[in-house]
Design a protein around this ligand. Sequence first.
Ligand code: ZN
Length: 229
Amino acid sequence: MALPSALRRRVPVFPPPPPVTTQVTLPEDGRAANFTRIPTTDKVAFVTIDDGWEKDPRALQLLRAANVPVTLFLEVDAVKGDPKYFTALQSAGATIENHTISHPILTGLGYDAQKRQICGGADRLASYYGRRPTLFRPPGGNFNATTLRAVHDCGMLASFTWMESADKGKFRFQPPQKVVAPGDIILMHFRPAFVDDFLVVLNAIHKAGLTPARLEDYVPGAAATPAAG
Ligand SMILES: [Zn+2]
């Protein structure tokens, strides 16, 4: 199935991502760090897509047409009914990472319950997709010191929140920011407006003179899945 030409025209053309000049520094004190952006001057930004409830068939066509790396932070409950939908996205260059089993607000849970959500999410996604996630996104962006300990203890290398987001076809900056800056992490979801959200994200990155890069390439030890397939 080809992408309709009206949509294809809205997909910006990017140069390949530049060589990675800086990776994040990971703490070695038994806790993971959380990053809202990657501290780099490389002309890159990072597209992250969360949860997995809405499974628009055009997502695969769009991802192929755009030919950009994306990171999917998947919630097990949202994907378990149709995990293969995301296998196709994985083969088109998406890397699948961890967003818990059932998306609770983690700050309301103790260490053991947080660990069940985070380790369990990684294990289940590994069984679906053949690679155990190495990165984590806390549901709602809510985390505390206990979360960062559990993230570490579950074998995740780092936690990520975001600088900008897109929803219902609208791009949202965190004031006072008015343009996507190098290293920014952008959040969107598998929601009914997936197509418009993905296109506004790509166009905001393009307008800023940046190119989408693979988040995993900026984290030491976060082996990325091979692109294409
Ligand atoms: Zn979420």
